[in-house]
Design a protein around this ligand. Sequence first.
Ligand code: SAH
Length: 273
Amino acid sequence: MSLSPSAAFDLPPGGVALVGAGPGDPGLLTLNALRALEAAEVVLYDRLVGAGVLALANPAALRIEVGKSAGNHSMPQEQIHALMLEHARAGRRVVRLKGGDPFVFGRGGEELEYLHAHGIPYRVVPGITAAVACAAYAGIPLTHRDHAQSLRLMTAHCRDSVDTLDWASLAQERQTLAVYMGVAALGHLRERLLAAGRDPATPFALVENGSRPEQRVVTGTLDDLAATAQAHAVASPALLILGEVAALAAQLHWFGATPLGPPPAEPALAQAA
Ligand code: SAH
């Protein structure tokens, strides 16, 4: 494959490229991301970055995992900053490889501010964010003339961040919510949306490991959101798509296993005499 050089991408020695790795499928990398990986002398990568993507980096590059997952902060942000600075100041081409897009819930903003403050030259390569990839791989159009006129990207990382959200506007119908890092907060999310007037019959799809061979899609309605996720033991990384459009997964899915539905209601236990 010949990649024509892109004027926007020419990482100098001692520079850092913040690169979006997409959601896992290496086919979803951009050509600029691939060019950056091939030119990298140091790759600082997140845990969410797939092995298939990492394998495309310059074989001679030093690879350092700086990953973190909710509740398991394996490396503090300050240490990631310090590593970028150390390798850049040593004159190396550094790729800071992040899952999805670097500027969507990825702390890319903080990293760029840090590089800027320290006079390190930088580039940013956008990536396909989880909401876009999960929707595509689950057959869910995020907007649709009949079902959704707007899309909200939001996070429900912890109780505190959930509590500061504007629930009246989030509960509007004909709107799609794409919720990042929400697995632990589904019960709270359901409660808040119902209290703000969202229809309990609003469809949802939870996409676990979107775009990866082990992708699972679990569907249901807002009313059974937390119970269904629990019944299927949905685990991180998973993205919640909530809104009228989510119902289309049943018909339009094309990748991986057929979407799983809510578990059948428990039969009532016979009363002991
Ligand atoms: N910058 C990333 C998001 C980082 S936050 C992006 O643009 O996609 C991490 C959250 O993203 C996870 O908790 C999950 O909600 C979501 N996510 C990332 N990759 C995913 C994948 N392959 N499948 C499902 N959700 C994913």
